[in-house]
Design a protein. Structure first.
Length: 151
């Protein structure tokens, strides 16, 4: 199951890349079915909060007509940043599966432990490293191209 939904998150990341957005994709799953999907849209929306996870959470909340997503799982190609981890915890998402680790700002386990912080209103389970190499390569290739195209 993890592979299947991570494949869908990767498709979202590739869509982001094709739109010259940082290639991160997310899929929100409810009882084994995709409830919402999203990719980074920071540039298109000119919004610092238009991360894949936040957009997927917003779509999921609208579809469920509830801000509580405690029976949902989120698949994302990159370990969530502090903002996204906060949104995940606030939405009460049950579990997060992510691909690549984010050493600078990863907020599941790499830099911060927001998802498992017992002092918050919810603790979210997580599992990292799902198709890690593939997810990491998508990001590395994107930034490599950006550096090469710089004037």
């Amino acid at each position: 199951m993890e592979e299947k939904f991570m494949t869908e998150a990767i498709k979202e990341a590739l869509t982001a890349e094709s739109k010259d957005e940082v290639p991160v994709g997310a899929v929100l799953v409810y009882h084994g079915k995709i409830l919402a999907r999203a990719h980074n849209r920071v540039e298109k929306k000119q919004s610092a909060i238009a991360h894949a996870e936040v957009l997927a959470i917003q779509k999921g909340c609208r579809k469920k007509k509830s801000w509580r997503l405690d029976d949902c799982e989120l698949y994302v190609t990159l370990e969530p940043c502090p903002m996204c981890a906060g949104a995940i915890v606030n939405a009460r998402i049950k579990k997060v599966y992510f691909g690549a680790y984010e050493k600078k700002s990863g907020s599941a386990e790499s830099k911060f432990k927001i998802l498992s912080e017992s002092g918050l209103n919810h603790v979210t389970e997580f599992l990292g490293g799902i198709r890690e190499n593939e997810c990491s390569e998508i990001l590395k290739n994107y930034f490599r191209k950006k550096r090469t195209l710089k004037p």
